[in-house]
Ligand binder design. Structure first.
Ligand code: LLP
Length: 463
């Protein structure tokens, strides 16, 4: 079982007795391609390079902490998903994982669609030129203004999340003289094997409309009656950072069952289903994620089988990977500040960022890897906890890891697989200035989201 599929491990366990790392890795200098993006390597002097650029140069030019995003790898992952699902399916990148204008342009160029979940994500997508019909709009409490904006823009689909919203979207579309294509998001009653906060298909949570008790069937009934809505499909998203395909299988089966019920009751075959995102990535060497083509094959087979059993023609499938595309493409670069060995426990290594640039460790007990990247070292492995500079003892970036014992202030260390849900969930806690995102490709680096400045923060403070 993968470790980071179950991030909710013992919270304050002593790593020496109960921790995840029973032994240090054989070679602290090696870079596991599972957790690093594809152009990352070490140069002849032992320094880490990405897109051919050395981290010391990048740190000098862009400062630390900073996220470095490997554009080549990002585009390759987009293509891998698009190729795996082919022409009969649609891949929507989930913008919540990380969204910026540059990312929207890359997605557009690589032929992907985009899932947004707020009016501001929508604005970013439109501003960067994503055609509205390739955008899906999500959210459990979209405001009227957000719905209006989406309908006016002509988004390809709105994913309806509640009974109130079905009526709201229909009214707004009618007012605007439009018919809005929509999906209904259902909760299929699957317990996804992941952290409670990122599991979304069990019944006791805020998203979607339950299949149980006929709620979803009732939602379909209502939506089919309303002129402002063209109901095109059913949507299910079961959670995030999932490795086991079993939950997706159950979800697909139940969604197809609903399609059959709808056909029986209304004589209508809804033409599409969306099975959401949630595919896990490797945060450490122990994680074994599935490749897009394996996922496409597994989902395609289940849907085809279930549909032929129910006498339905196979619907068009869509998926919404966020983390699986952007997660592995970036690392966070930090400079080591202070080092505190605690006798008999571990060594605390403080870096110049922390929970403001990566809240996932504190929030989900997520696991990460870390490497010394400004040089190699032959020193003994030392058990460390990488912590930030915030006024909080839960300010942990990497809970348990090994770094070389000769680690010194001024060394650069990097945490891989921070492309998803790190910059997008970054905060200004302790008035931290959120780090930049720097895209690296073929020997050149450019800022795509700049570092916040003191002026940015003070401008908001109008008191
Ligand atoms: N589609 C829907 C409807 C979603 O709600 C999500 C994620 C996705 C797609 C994309 O899921 P992905 O492929 O990225 O796992 N902040 C948490 C993750 C929250 C995910 C929310 N919804 C984390 O850092 O793990």
């Amino acid at each position: 079982m993968s470790r980071s599929a179950h991030p909710a491990g013992p919270r304050h366990a002593d790593v020496l007795t109960e921790g995840h790392y029973s032994a240090p890795p054989a070679d602290l200098n090696s870079l596991d391609p599972k957790v690093w993006s594809s152009t990352v390597t070490r140069d002849k002097d032992g320094e880490l390079t990405v897109g051919g650029l050395e981290v010391s140069r990048l740190a000098e030019e862009f400062g630390t902490p900073a996220y470095f995003l490997d554009e080549t790898d990002f585009r390759a992952r987009c293509r891998a998903w698009a190729d795996a699902f082919g022409r009969d399916a649609d891949v929507f990148y989930a913008g919540k994982a990380f969204l910026s204008r540059a990312v929207v342009r890359w997605l557009h160029e690589e032929g992907l669609n985009l899932d947004v979940c707020s009016g501001t994500e929508l604005a970013t997508a439109l501003d960067a030129g994503m055609p509205a019909e390739r955008i899906a709009f999500h959210g459990n409490n979209k405001s009227e203004a957000e719905i209006r904006r989406a309908v006016e823009a002509g988004v390809g689909r709105i994913v309806l999340d509640s009974f109130q919203e079905i009526v709201r979207v229909a009214h707004i579309a009618q007012e605007l003289g439009k018919v809005q294509k929509a999906f209904i998001r259902v909760t299929v009653g699957v317990e996804a094997h992941t952290h409670e906060f990122i599991a979304t298909a069990h019944e006791d949570q805020k998203f979607g409309i339950a299949l149980a008790g006929g709620q979803a069937a009732e939602a379909v009934r209502r939506a089919l009656k309303l002129d402002g809505i063209e109901l095109v499909g059913i949507h299910s998203h079961i959670g995030s950072q999932i490795f086991d395909m079993a939950g997706f299988e159950v979800s697909a089966r139940r969604v197809v069952q609903l399609l059959a019920e709808v056909r029986d009751e209304h004589g209508v075959e809804l033409p599409e289903i969306d099975l959401g995102g949630g595919l896990g990535i490797a945060y450490t060497s122990e994680d074994d994620p599935r490749e897009p083509h394996e996922i496409a094959k597994a989902l395609g087979e289940i849907v085809t089988r279930e549909c032929s059993a129910a006498g339905l023609s196979a619907p068009r499938i869509s998926v919404e990977p966020g983390r699986a595309i952007v997660g592995p493409t970036a690392f966070t670069l930090y400079e080591v500040g202070t080092i505190k060995p605690l006798e008999g426990l571990r060594t605390y290594v403080s870096v110049d960022g922390g929970m403001s640039d990566n809240i996932r460790t504190a929030l989900y007990d997520a696991e990460y890897s870390v490497s010394l990247v400004s040089r190699t070292s032959d020193a003994e492995p030392m058990l460390v906890r990488v912590v930030g500079k915030h006024c909080e003892s839960g300010d942990i970036v990497v809970r348990d890891a090994f770094l070389p014992a000769d680690l010194a202030p001024g060394d650069l260390i990097a945490v891989p697989a921070t492309g998803a849900y790190c910059r997008s969930m970054a905060s200004n806690y302790n008035h931290a200035l959120r780090p930049p995102v720097v895209a690296v490709r073929d020997g050149s680096a450019r800022v795509i989201v700049r570092r916040e400045t003191e002026e940015d923060l003070l401008r908001l403070d109008v008191g």
